[in-house]
Design a protein around this ligand. Structure first.
Ligand SMILES: Nc1nc2c(ncn2[C@@H]2O[C@H](COP(=O)(O)OP(=O)(O)OP(=O)(O)O)[C@@H](O)[C@H]2O)c(=O)[nH]1
Length: 335
C-alpha cells in the first residue's frame, strides 16, 4: 500500500488537497493527521469523510519520540482487512519533509511502500515564508510532486512569472520533482494512488458523493496523461530496470505487474516508481498477463508508449543473470 506524505508550510493548502483526494470516486483512503496542540483541528476537518483515520497530536511527527507512533498507525491502517487504496500522511506545517520521507522509507511496517512526497506551495506567501534565503530550501529535495496553489489570488500580470520563479527554485534543488499548478489542491488523484474500483464502494456511507455534490462546479482538475502496455509474455529484467531507473520523459509514476524468467522458474513482481523511488515486491504467482503503465502531468503518451512497447518486446525467453541481479537488488532494498 502506498504511503503518501502531504507536506507544506502552515496554511499552504494541505488539508484542501487532502479533502479533494478524499472526494475521489471509488477511493478508499486512510489518513494520518499530525497537528500541534492537543486539539487536532485537521483531524476534525477530515474526519467523517474518510475510511480510516489516525491522529497524532502533541508535536511534530518527525520530532516526537518514536515518531509519535507513526509505525503503529501505518501497521493498523495497512491491514489487508481494511482493503484501502492508500494511506495519506498529512504532516503539520512545521514538519521536516526530508525526515518524514525517511520515516516512511525506513518504516518497519511490511505491507507499505513510499508513495511519494506531495509538497503544497502557497504561491502568494511562498517567498515571504518558505523560500527566503539565497539557497533554495532543503525541503524541495524531498518532494516528488510540487503542487503550486493559490495562484488565483495573484494579480493577473504576476501569475505566470511567480509560477516560473517557484519552478526555477525547485528545479535548482530538485531536478526530478514534478510540478503542477492546482487551485485548492485539485490535482488528478491518478497521480497519487490507484482506486480498486471507479465507483464509491457499496459498503460505505455516501459521504464522498455528498461532498462532491456540495463542491459541484469547483471540482474540475487538469488530467494526467497515461501510457500503458499489456504483457503477454515474460519481460527482460534488464530492460525493465532500465525503464524504472530512467522513466519516460514527464512520467511521475510507473507501475507494473510483470513475469520474469529465472534460472529455474518464472516469478512475478510488482514494480512501482514514484519520482525517483523504485519499489519492487514479489508476487505469490507470476501473472498470466501483466502490464506496465506510466502516468504524469507532462507525459507525452506516444513517446512513453514507445518506451513501454520496447520493454515488452525486449528478448526475455532466456534468463538474464545480470538483469535478475539488478531486479533482486531493488527487491532487497524495498524490504
Ligand atoms: N483562493 C485559494 N484559497 C486556497 C487555495 N488552497 C487553499 N486555500 C485556502 O487556504 C486556507 C488554508 O488552507 P488549508 O488547506 O487549511 O491549509 P493547510 O496547509 O492544511 O493549513 P495548516 O494545517 O494550518 O498548516 C483555507 O482557507 C483554504 O480554503 C487556493 O488554491 N486558492
Amino acid at each position: 500500500m502506498p504511503v503518501v506524505a502531504v507536506t507544506g508550510y502552515l496554511g499552504a493548502g494541505k488539508t484542501s488537497l487532502l479533502n479533494h483526494l478524499l472526494r475521489c470516486p471509488g477511493a478508499r483512503l486512510s489518513v494520518v493527521v499530525n497537528d500541534f496542540g492537543t486539539l487536532n483541528v485537521d483531524a476534525a476537518l477530515v474526519a467523517g469523510q474518510i475510511d480510516e483515520v489516525a491522529a497524532i497530536s502533541g508535536g511534530c511527527l518527525c520530532c516526537l519520540p518514536d515518531a509519535g507512533g507513526l509505525d503503529d498507525a501505518l501497521a493498523k491502517l495497512s491491514h489487508p482487512r481494511l482493503r484501502l487504496d492508500a494511506i495519506l500522511v498529512e504532516a503539520s506545517g512545521a514538519a521536516d519533509p526530508i525526515a518524514l520521507a525517511r520515516l516512511i522509507r525506513f518504516s518497519g511496517v511490511e505491507r507499505i511502500r513510499p508513495g511519494g512526497v506531495v509538497e503544497v506551495i502557497d504561491a502568494v506567501e511562498h517567498f515571504h515564508t518558505v523560500d527566503t534565503w539565497p539557497d533554495p530550501p532543503l525541503r524541495y529535495a524531498a518532494a516528488t510532486l510540487v503542487v503550486i496553489g493559490k495562484t488565483d489570488l495573484l494579480p493577473n500580470g504576476e501569475r505566470e512569472s511567480m509560477i516560473e520563479r517557484i519552478r526555477l527554485r525547485v528545479r535548482e534543488r530538485n531536478p526530478h520533482a514534478q510540478l503542477v499548478v492546482a487551485r485548492a489542491g485539485r490535482i488528478d488523484p491518478a497521480l497519487v494512488f490507484d482506486t480498486a474500483t471507479a465507483e464509491d464502494p457499496d459498503d460505505e456511507l455516501p459521504i464522498a458523493r455528498l461532498l462532491r455534490d456540495e463542491a459541484h462546479g469547483h471540482r474540475e482538475h487538469e488530467h494526467a496523461h497515461a501510457a500503458s502496455v499489456s504483457l503477454t509474455g515474460p519481460v527482460s529484467p534488464g530492460a525493465l530496470i532500465d525503464l524504472l531507473e530512467d522513466p519516460p520523459d514527464g512520467a511521475y509514476r510507473v507501475k507494473g505487474r510483470v513475469r520474469v524468467r529465472g534460472p529455474k522458474a518464472e516469478r512475478g513482481y510488482i514494480v512501482n516508481v514514484v519520482g525517483r523511488m523504485i519499489h519492487v515486491a514479489a508476487l505469490p504467482e507470476p501473472p498470466q498477463v501483466g502490464e506496465l503503465v506510466a502516468i504524469g502531468m507532462h507525459l507525452y503518451p506516444a513517446l512513453a508508449q514507445q518506451r513501454l512497447v520496447a520493454v515488452a518486446g525486449a528478448p526475455a525467453e532466456r534468463p538474464d543473470a545480470a538483469g535478475l541481479r539488478r531486479l533482486r537488488r531493488y527487491r532487497r532494498l524495498s524490504n
